[in-house]
Structure formats: C-alpha cells, structure tokens
Design a protein around this ligand. Structure first.
Ligand code: AMP
Length: 358
C-alpha cells in the first residue's frame, strides 16, 4: 500500500542528506519530521518539524514513531537498537539489518563476500601483533581502518612497503578500538552505483559515477565514468545482489575500486542516499532523493535514466567563495545546505555542471 499524500515521513538525522530527502518528500505531497540533536539543522530548516533529541532517546523515538507513517534515515550510524524499537511500531526502511551490515567493516566485507561480491583482502586487527602478522600477509602494504564509525577517510592509516615490526603503539593511536587491515588496492579508478529497490522488489540503478577523493573526502563525481560497458553492468548487477540479499527498500550507495583489467572490488556500502549520487538531481528526471522517498512510501520507482553528462563537485569550507562565479555559469545547478558556519573539511553545498545533453 502506498502512503497517502499528506502523510508524514520520519527522518533520523538532520544533515544535508535529510534536507534533500525532506525537499523531495514535500514535492511528492508528504510532510516530514526530523529527529536530530542539533537545533536548526540543515534538514529541520526545510522539514515540517524537528524533534531535538539524541538518536537513541527513547521518549523521542516513541514520539517519532507516533507522528510518522514510515521512518527512514539519512546516515548509517543510527543505533540498530533505535531502528528496532521504531520498527516494532512503524515501518522502517531500509531494514535494520542493512545498518548492522554497514556499521562494521568486518561484517560488511563478510556479507559482501558471502553473496559473491568480491572485496579487497582483509584481516581483523585488535593488537599491534595482529597488525604485524596481517601486514606480513599483505607484503607490507595495507590500509588500517577502524571497523566502526569511520567516514570521509577518518580513522584510517595507510602502510606502504613496511618492513616487519615497529608497530608498537599503533592500535593505541587508533583509539584501542576494533580495527581491520585491508590490502592496499592498486585501483585504476573509483566508481559508485546508486540504486533503489521498491517495496515490490523492483530495482532501478543509476549509471556508475566516477569519483575523485582528496584527503578521504569526495570532491567530484563524473558521468559517465571512463569504464567499459561490461564493467558498468557488472557493478549494477553486484548492487542488485546486495539489494536482494538485504530485502532492501530505499536507495543504497555502493563504492567500488576498478582494477586495470576492468574487474571490480566493492569497498563500502551506504544504506542511504549518497554524496556521489547528488548529480542525479540535475541530470535525471527522478533524483536519488525522490527515488528514496518513492521507495519508502511504496510508490513506483522512477526511471534512473540520465539525460545529460555531468560533473558534480562538492563545496567544502572556503569553496563557498566561488559561489557568485558559479552562479554566472549557464548550465549549472547549485545546492547549498544552509549551514551557518563554514569550516575546513565541512561540506557546505555542491553543484552539478551539465557537460553535454544526450
Ligand atoms: P573509505 O572510507 O573506505 O571509503 O576509504 C576512503 C578512501 O580511501 C577510498 O575512497 C580510497 O580512495 C581509499 N582507500 C580505502 N580503502 C583502500 C584500499 N583497501 N586500498 C586502496 N585505497 C583505499
């Protein structure tokens, strides 16, 4: 059954992704209520209402469940227990299982390999000795990451051609939390696929974007990616497997490394709308945000077809100074997030430049 116009969608998380979801929901005739501890959050500025409380505050969760016909979220570190409490009262999409999988890099890699989606090789690391053994296994090179709560390259350390030993204190410096060492992938490029699965099991996958990161933060997404058609198809098929295995409803983002022979290794999945899918709002009739709202509301998915080639670029910190010049360009769509204060490394907005109409 689809959600009647005028119904309320609950959104956990008040950042820019929640903001763009709330805007898409409004265009489809829905109301939104945001749960977010920070007052006047980017999402709350455009939603109908904000509950200012922690994501695991039980009174706030009860209030959100009572006020919403369906609940979704804009970030993957929503406490699984909170999603489960909500799910006992109101439909929650995507399912709590996808949070569990995405919150821990070890669980995520085991899940992906278990459904036949290859990843980089990996080893759990809890002590400096584990690290010594694991690095030896990967010939002295690897990326050490915190298993949980890492994002935008935070909580990561790269090792290249290390001799054995000398790692005393590494685990402590990483915060004495569970870690994972991944083999260092010599990728040719990085791509991501944004796809949606509806309540009827239908899947709509957008074309892969080619992504450039700097200091662990996404800078640009370019469409089309410079990959062979077979590689694009394989990436979409891998994402369809992930969606089916999780009995997923909503939009997902999956990042891949593309190797020199065109083969793919999945890096990370995000059970939500994704920064590398922002281009869809300018180059597709139905954006990833509308697609997510359609899915959680039980509406038919829209076409993921792309009517233009484009480049999306994030506006980070002082990039905001470029805004007047950007607005003077003809084929450019600007999106700012309503954040009062610009800080280095903070995502303030993005723009999509249409390169060529197809
Ligand atoms: P992540 O937080 O896992 O998305 O990693 C951030 C960025 O670090 C990725 O987009 C890659 O550019 C790089 N990176 C992460 N893992 C690896 C790896 N195993 N091998 C090589 N580069 C990596």
């Amino acid at each position: 059954m689809s959600l009647a116009p005028g119904s309320t969608i609950g959104i956990i998380g008040g950042g820019q992704l929640g903001r763009m979801l709330a805007m898409a929901a409004a265009r489809l005739g829905y109301r939104t209520i945001v749960l977010e501890p920070q007052a006047d959050s980017p999402a709350a500025q455009v939603a109908n209402r904000q509950i200012v409380a922690a994501y695991d505050d039980s009174a706030a969760l009860a209030e959100l469940a009572g006020a919403s016909a369906v609940v979704t979220y804009e970030f993957e570190n929503v406490p699984v227990a909170a999603a489960e409490i909500l799910a006992s009262r109101v439909p929650v999409y995507p399912p709590a299982r996808s949070l569990e999988v995405a919150q821990d890099r070890l669980t995520e890699k085991n899940f992906l390999n278990g459904i036949g989606v290859p990843t980089a090789e990996f080893c759990p690391v809890d002590t400096d000795d584990h690290l010594t053994v694991a690095l030896k296994k990967f010939s002295g090179s690897g990326v050490l990451k915190t298993r949980r709560m890492g994002y935008d390259g935070k909580g990561q350390r790269v090792f290249r051609n290390m001799e054995a030993g000398g790692f005393a204190g590494t685990c402590e410096a990483m915060g004495n939390v569970p870690l994972i060492l991944e083999s260092l992938v010599a990728f040719e490029r990085e791509i991501s696929v944004i796809a949606a699965r509806g309540q009827d099991g239908s899947v709509a996958a957008y074309d892969p974007a080619e992504n450039i990161h700097r200091e662990g933060i996404l800078r640009t997404s370019t469409l089309p990616a410079a990959i062979a058609p077979d590689t694009a198809l394989a990436a979409k098929e891998a994402v369809a497997k992930v969606l089916a295995a999780l009995d997923y409803v909503g939009v997902i983002g999956v990042e891949f490394f593309v190797l020199a022979d065109g083969s793919l290794l999945a890096n990370e999945l995000a059970p939500r709308v994704h920064n590398s899918g922002h281009w869809t709002e300018a180059a597709c009739i139905v954006s990833q945000f509308e697609q997510h709202i359609r899915a959680v509301a039980g509406l038919p998915l829209g076409s993921p077809a792309r009517h233009s080639d484009c480049v999306m670029e994030n506006l980070i910190g002082d990039d905001m100074l470029k805004v007047p010049a950007l607005l003077a360009e003809p084929d450019l769509m600007l999106h700012l997030y309503g954040k009062a204060e610009s800080r280095p490394g903070r995502k303030m907005g993005h723009f999509t430049r249409i390169e060529r109409r197809r």
